[in-house]
Design a protein. Structure first.
Length: 163
């Protein structure tokens, strides 16, 4: 996809989400998506404004706090970013691979507090839990192999419903 097409797609997505947000400002999923789109577009201040709104409206949501930490980092508000990261972890955010690989948090890496965050490697007992989860997923996959509903979607099948 060319840069021009990507830019147009981003502008379209922003305009669409802004329109939805104007009509449905209480729809948190829309607010989250719009905040993300602003960040992708490089408008970190607008993304941060909406991330702060999300945290205020859904204070027990660990992902909202994590995303807010990312926006705070991108805007150079390092102390606040660490505070939001700690809150996200306290609330149950546990994707350490994402946390340690997220470019939005790059500004935090040189700070000594970064080393205090949980590592990307799971603890030994978590490792055992992951192995058990994989075994369950693999057995689920075997069960799905006979399911005739699994396959590709054909838009022609849904035309009657929408047109």
């Amino acid at each position: 996809m060319s840069t021009e097409v990507k830019t147009e797609a981003l502008a379209f997505s922003l305009a669409l989400l802004e329109g939805i947000y104007r009509r449905c400002p209480d729809e948190l999923r829309c607010v989250e998506m719009l905040a993300n789109m602003y960040t992708v577009a490089g408008n970190y201040e607008k993304g941060l404004e909406l991330d702060l709104l999300l945290v205020a409206r859904d204070p027990e949501n660990p992902t909202a706090h994590y995303n807010c930490a990312c926006s705070l980092s991108l805007t150079g508000r390092i102390d606040e970013a660490f505070a939001k990261l700690h809150k996200a972890l306290e609330l149950g955010f546990d994707d350490m691979k994402l946390l340690h690989g997220d470019a939005d948090l790059q500004r935090l890496h040189d700070d000594p507090r970064w080393a205090e965050l949980p590592s990307e490697e799971p603890h030994e007992d978590e490792d055992r839990d992951l192995d058990e989860d994989e075994d369950e997923e693999n057995s689920d996959e075997e069960d799905d192999s006979d399911d005739e509903s699994v396959g590709s979607w054909d838009p022609e099948d849904d035309q009657e419903e929408y047109f």
